[in-house]
Ligand binder design. Structure first.
Ligand code: ADP
Ligand code: MG
Length: 353
């Protein structure tokens, strides 16, 4: 149905899709693309718990803060550990996107992608935060659903499809058919856990104490889940645990693969479990469509090959895999009529209007 008022407001209004990720928050604005891409970090004053810095600025403070300031990731485990802080972060990002508008009204419509493990109370909190941040309408969408839409999977069709979204704190596996989630798995093993694996490995094998960011850097640099055509090395710098002195070690991609294997194996097993639970008709569809990897962790070298080897079907990495959730959330607003029908996981808040 054509609604002239909506059409007219649409000329000026902002439609915002937000990926409230455990590691990164992204904001997608219609016709403009990704306008914000920052780490989901908040630096707070320990005494009164007031936010002092949010996003990239807060992350820069990690490990460098005076003792009364602490930098935290309020969504680290895929659950909202601190309502007020999450709210402040969401508000900051919505405001920042809104400020970039030439005409800052009417207020934006917002779709927020949230980890699928969050409870009803937490969903309510995110919804309220979006409204108090100035959204005129707010919707929540489960992250794997948004990731699938953003990756271009045919989720509305009766044909089955599967997404494996590997973020910082959580890996979400979901099988879709006719706009619904048929099978889903959410585990707290993802990029952070791989960093932790690498940290442990360096400690056990070389008595070398390294920082989280160093671990992440080598993971992104030469980490893999399958043997590489050309194995590589990188320098790990840290502190020797025995004599306390600075030390550097050459680490190879082969060692790193071994280091990361506990987390990678859990992710591979989770995909296998989800497939075991998928009805046969849909498995047949998946054999045609393949399995799509999304999220930052979806980019791990050789992960697609490793999975292909295990599940015997095509596995591919979504184009621009780190922005899938934000783009998918944004697309829901652009085609609300289309997706309203199918988005079972879309919760419209009800008490505030
Ligand atoms: P979230 O949705 O939980 O915020 P993201 O999808 O933004 O997480 O992914 C962040 C995770 O992806 C981090 O653990 C980061 O180290 C990892 N990551 C990013 N790029 C790569 C890469 N090229 N290879 C491996 N891991 C990566
Ligand atoms: Mg994510």
């Amino acid at each position: 149905m054509f609604r002239p008022l909506d059409w007219f407001l649409g000329l000026f209004s902002l439609d915002i899709g937000i990926d409230l990720g455990t590691a990164n928050t992204l904001v997608y604005v219609r016709d403009r693309g990704i306008v914000i891409n920052e780490p989901s970090w908040v630096a707070i004053n320990k005494r009164n718990r007031r936010p002092l810095a949010i996003g990239a600025e807060a992350r820069e403070m990690v490990g460098r803060t005076p003792s009364d300031i602490v930098a935290i990731r309020p969504l680290r485990d895929g659950v909202i550990s601190e309502f007020e802080i999450t709210e402040a972060m969401l508000k900051y990002f919505i405001d920042k996107a809104h400020e970039q508008m030439i005409v800052p009204f009417p207020r934006p419509r917002v779709v927020v992608g949230i980890p699928s493990g969050v409870t009803e109370v937490e969903k309510r909190a995110v919804y309220d935060a979006a409204i108090s941040a100035g959204a005129r309408e707010a919707f929540l969408i489960e992250e794997p659903m948004a990731a699938a839409i953003g990756s271009g999977l045919p989720i509305i069709e009766s044909r089955g499809s599967m997404i494996v979204d590997i973020g910082g704190g959580t890996t979400e596996v979901a099988v879709f058919s006719m706009g619904g989630i048929v099978v889903s798995r959410s585990i707290r093993v993802a990029g952070d856990e791989m960093d932790e694996d690498i940290l442990q490995y360096a400690r056990n094998k070389y008595n070398l104490l390294i920082g989280e960011r160093t671990a992440e850097r080598v993971k992104v640099g030469i980490g893999s889940a399958f043997s590489l055509p050309e194995e590589r090395t990188m320098t790990l710098r840290g502190r020797n645990l025995i004599n306390g002195l600075p030390q550097s070690v050459e680490i190879s991609s082969i060692e790193l693969r071994e280091a990361m294997s506990p987390s990678i194996n859990i992710i591979v097993d989770t995909v296998k479990d989800a497939l075991d639970e998928t009805p046969p008709e849909l498995v047949a569809d998946l054999m045609e469509v393949g399995i799509c990897l999304a999220g930052g962790g979806g980019q791990i070298r050789g992960l697609a090959e490793r999975l292909e080897d295990v599940v015997k079907m095509r596995v591919w990495v979504a184009e621009d895999s780190m922005t899938c959730v934000a783009r998918g959330a944004g697309r829901v607003l652009e085609e609300l009529d289309n997706y309203n029908r199918v988005l079972v996981g879309l919760h419209r808040g009800s008490t505030h209007h």
